[in-house]
Design a protein around this ligand. Structure first.
Ligand code: TRP
Length: 451
């Protein structure tokens, strides 16, 4: 791996228009289907409060320190994943082979894109349906049959995937400082308004809100298996978008004086707050109508729409909910495509614009393959898994913990020793130098030998 892109110098490097913009953009990357679709359903599958605690421990002990570290690597090494690692490794006397982390991150991003684009497409389809229902048209999609009917319809899903990938592709084409900033300027406030309005509505219209709070925060450790550790760790990385160089790229556009630990903790707090808010919107509905809380991936698309149809102003509620989810998914899709496009640009030595077109095409091809595996090609499986589950499991449960922990070790050797003494250095040192390797061992052990 050769460094085709030089390390940035302090002058002349493009910047976020403000540090707030960085927080918006990084939160736009972090907050996505992971918060709204995945977090509530894995909490449901793992029995509630105890899993939430385990997840918070992984987030504070490994996720947030890695987020801070990744941003620092980007600021020192530049916005191109492999070159950034090589640049920082060279300047600290480490092997250039660490550049492989950039390639691994990009590979994971490309794999995630293939199913993320499909699930984002479903969200788009539900949003349009609830919009039509809210305007007085046909009833919105709800229940298991409607969900299966959608999965069986390749044309509808391919249209949705194409629409969302093209829209994201246009933003990526304009790159980070123009594309992402122009989108986040509007999406961040709109998303916040929708979320708060929904929380207020749920807390005032259902009498199961407190039941959901208790479910989320009263730990019942008997409901927890050791497998849950891998899931919690994988999700902590997934939800913060770390371990794939997305935060590295956004960090490269930060000015040198920015306080990275403070900004990173801000982003992690926003991400966690939104995941918890989403769960506190979803579970009261699940409990109020006796829906299945351990419904897995179908929670968002089967159980929840059923609940919406039973609520007062349900169509409007459903529309707000799915529109907010669509915004969150869209900005994460953009961030994922930026990783693929930056890495393709440095590897194929093409311009960012050409690379963005290739990244969008790859996403479209991956998304179309996963879509067709749900219907026309339903005998297409890998190791007995459907493609969607396979890519999800392969990335979140295997590759992401490994690349994240590898990055943690890199940061602990290349970045942490150069930090000024103090609280931040101690925190990063404890987490990245000591906890991360222990985390790897426990993770690999639980995956291979089992407990
Ligand atoms: N964090 C996103 C979510 O919660 C998903 C994601 C994982 C992501 N890795 C990423 C987004 C890298 C952008 C970049 O849905």
């Amino acid at each position: 791996m050769t460094a085709t892109h030089p390390a940035p110098n302090a002058t002349g490097r493009p910047h976020w228009s403000s540090r707030m913009m960085f927080v918006f953009a990084a939160s736009g990357s972090a907050v996505g289907l992971g918060n709204i679709w995945k977090f509530p359903y894995i909490v449901g599958e793992n029995g509630g409060g105890a899993f939430v605690l385990l997840y918070l421990a992984c987030l504070i002990g490994l996720g947030a320190p890695l987020l801070i570290g990744e941003v620092m690597v980007g600021r020192r090494g530049g916005a191109y994943p492999a070159s950034a690692f090589v640049n920082v490794a060279r300047s600290t006397g480490l092997s250039a082979a660490w550049g492989g982390l950039g390639a691994l991150g990009a590979l994971i991003a490309i794999l995630i894109l293939s199913f993320y684009s499909v699930v984002s497409g479903w969200v788009g389809i539900y949003t349009v349906d609830f919009a039509i229902a809210a305007l007085g048209g046909d009833a919105a999609r709800s229940g298991a049959e409607a969900f299966s009917a959608m999965l069986a319809d390749p044309v509808l899903q391919l249209t949705a995937v194409a629409a969302i990938v093209i829209a994201a592709g246009i933003v990526v084409y304009y790159d980070v400082t123009i594309g992402v900033q122009s989108v986040m300027r509007y999406v961040a406030p709109l998303f916040a308004i929708l979320l708060v309005a929904m929380l207020v509505m749920i807390a005032t219209t259902t009498d199961t809100f407190w039941q959901a709070v208790v479910y989320m925060f009263r730990p019942d450790f008997s409901a927890l298996s050791f497998d849950a550790f891998g899931e919690a760790l994988g999700h902590a990385f997934f939800t913060l978008s770390v371990g794939m160089c997305g935060m590295l790229i956004y960090g490269a556009y930060l000015d040198d004086a920015a306080n990275v630990p403070r900004l990173g903790i801000g982003v992690a707090a926003i991400d966690t707050g939104i995941a918890i808010a989403a769960a506190l919107i979803i579970f009261p509905i699940v409990f109020a109508f006796d829906l299945e809380s351990a419904a897995g991936p179908g929670l968002l698309f089967i159980a929840l729409p059923q609940g919406f149809t039973l609520l007062p102003f349900g169509n409007l509620f459903g529309l707000s909910f799915f529109a907010a989810t669509l915004l969150a998914a869209f900005t994460s899709l953009i961030a994922l495509m930026i990783i693929a496009s930056h890495w393709l640009s440095e590897t194929l030595r093409t311009s960012n614009r050409t690379a963005s077109l290739i990244a969008a095409s790859l996403t479209g091809i991956g998304g179309a393959t996963v879509t067709l595996s749900l219907n026309l090609w339903d005998n297409l499986t890998i190791l007995g898994f459907g493609l969607l589950d396979f890519f999800d499991e392969l990335t979140s449960a295997w590759l992401l913990p490994l690349s994240g922990l590898g990055m943690a070790i890199f940061v602990s050797r290349a970045i942490v020793p150069g930090l000024p003494d103090g609280l931040v250095k101690t925190y990063l040192n404890i987490c990245l130098t000591y906890l991360a390797p222990i985390g790897i061992l426990v993770f690999v052990y639980s995956k291979t030998v089992g407990f």
